[in-house]
Design a binder for this molecule. Structure first.
Ligand SMILES: Cc1cc2nc3c(=O)[nH]c(=O)nc-3n(C[C@H](O)[C@H](O)[C@H](O)COP(=O)(O)OP(=O)(O)OC[C@H]3O[C@@H](n4cnc5c(N)ncnc54)[C@H](O)[C@@H]3O)c2cc1C
Length: 421
């Protein structure tokens, strides 16, 4: 029923408004009683250690692994210029989530995160502009971010702007104001703190991709983390969206940057969630869309990027690849290649699907010996709802395409009812 409702466009478009109105009529408790066993229960892994442990246990007993997706994120224009506390709170929450994940006993838990949880989205946009204008090459920016991240790492992140800017002259970025320099440095210290924790607890970190106006800045931060932490194996991975026309070139460039610096490259490969908005923005701004012309073009690109990454991992087993897709054709092509290269159980190539969806893909993969993660959103009901609503709108193609899944579920329900008769 949940999957059926999620396939109705009117519901998806108005989901947040419907939930807010329901909340004002029923109160938070009433809303919680309706949503916990339905939408929240279907797609969210809980909001306490006990609930996440329970979710992890259910996954492990089905032969699947835990990937957690905290809901903290920010879009351009949403930042409160002076409020660094929000990003500190996000760090504390995501680090606590990481420690809980480590205590669930899941083998190498994967933690997704958004760079905009740790620094203002407007700043990430600015880094992207510096890259696209050619003020810095990706190599030069990563070197500077790396210097800014490391000089005086122990320094208190709340120090006054002047103190902080004085110790980042080595990683100074032209064109950023003193305040932006301070925000950048604080953000970099936060991601480094997360990386240090992940290394200590044995987690893998997956940096999520967002909109094209932020992605170059996000990649610069992700590559800086890879350079810092992927020295013996790839514990940090960046995400590549194959609906983008330049996906193949981007991943090749980023990989060679990391390999030149003697690191191991990690990538989560997705088709991309923001197609409608990307196309709309391009149209409004009168520029060509960055998104592939057709679904078929995206599919071809996806399979091409996956083949390229599997080839790389077969040369460097310390690299990491997450094949993040619910597309049966892509998944079975990847599975064949992985098996052919003998990479099925090495742990360096894994699959990822969203929790609450695509069981007909996850289970056969796991049963045939592949390593499969389910991406589980985690957080309190009221914080998760806006997140779920945005994801439902972004993933409407997937939700409306869950027909086969719904048919399989109905058939199984009927079978069980017949047994009861
Ligand atoms: C573990 C995991 C992590 C993820 N992380 C991210 C992330 O960090 N960033 C992100 O953006 N997304 C992320 N996603 C979502 C992902 O990008 C896709 O939206 C989603 O997985 C649907 O693609 P698919 O391969 O599963 O399946 P499919 O249903 O086969 O593909 C649907 C996708 O194809 C593309 N598409 C559809 N129609 C067209 C068209 N006409 N022209 C061009 N392309 C088209 C779109 O990307 C659409 O989402 C993640 C997904 C998973 C499972």
């Amino acid at each position: 029923m949940v999957l059926r409702i999620c396939s109705v466009n009117v519901f998806v478009d108005n989901s947040l408004r419907i939930m807010r109105q329901a909340s004002s009529l029923m109160g938070t408790r009433g809303l919680s009683m309706v949503l916990k066993p339905t939408f929240y229960g279907q797609f969210v892994g809980g909001d306490s250690e006990e609930e996440l442990r329970h979710t992890a246990h259910k996954l492990t007993s089905a032969g699947l692994r835990l990937m957690v997706c905290p809901v903290q994120e920010e879009d351009a224009g949403e930042a409160d210029q002076l409020n660094e506390e929000k990003y500190d709170r996000n760090l504390a929450y995501i680090m606590e989530t990481g420690s809980i994940m480590a205590r669930t006993g899941t083998e190498i838990p994967n933690l997704q995160f958004k760079v905009t949880a740790f620094m203002p989205a407007d700043l990430v946009v600015k880094l992207s502009v510096l890259l696209s204008r050619g003020t810095y090459s990706m190599e030069a920016l990563v070197s500077r971010l790396s210097a800014a991240m490391n000089v005086g790492y122990e320094t208190d992140t709340r120090k006054e702007v002047n103190d902080i800017t004085s110790c980042v002259t080595e990683g100074q970025i032209n064109d950023l104001s003193a305040q932006e320099t301070s925000q950048l440095r604080r953000g970099l210290i936060r991601v480094k703190t997360l990386g240090v924790m992940a290394r200590k607890l044995g987690l893998n970190l997956l940096v999520d991709a967002e909109y094209t106006y932020m992605n170059p800045g996000i990649s610069a931060v992700a590559l800086t983390m890879m350079q810092e932490f992927n020295t013996t194996s790839a514990i940090v991975s960046n995400t590549y969206q194959c609906y983008l026309k330049d996906a193949y070139e981007s991943i090749q460039k980023d990989k060679s940057l990391i390999l030149t610096r003697k690191g191991h490259f990690g990538a989560k490969i997705v088709r991309g969630a923001y197609m409608e908005k990307e196309r709309k923005m391009a149209k409004e701004q009168g520029r060509p869309s960055p998104v592939c012309q057709s679904y078929e073009d995206t599919n071809t690109k996806y399979d091409q990027v996956i083949a390229h990454m599997i080839e790389y991992i077969s040369q460097d087993p310390a690299g990491y690849l997450v094949v993040a897709s619910h597309n049966e054709t892509s998944v079975s092509r990847a599975s064949e290649m992985i098996t052919q290269k003998g990479l099925k159980t090495t742990g360096s190539v894994v699959f990822g699907q969203i929790y609450g969806m695509g069981e007909q893909i996850s289970m056969p993969l796991a049963n045939s010996g592949h390593i499969v993660y389910k991406s589980v959103p985690y957080g309190p009901l009221l914080e998760v709802l806006p997140y779920l609503s945005r994801r439902a709108a972004e993933n409407r193609v997937v939700l409306s395409g869950a027909r086969k899944e719904r048919a399989l579920l109905s058939a199984e329900l009927r079978r069980r009812m017949n047994i009861l008769d």
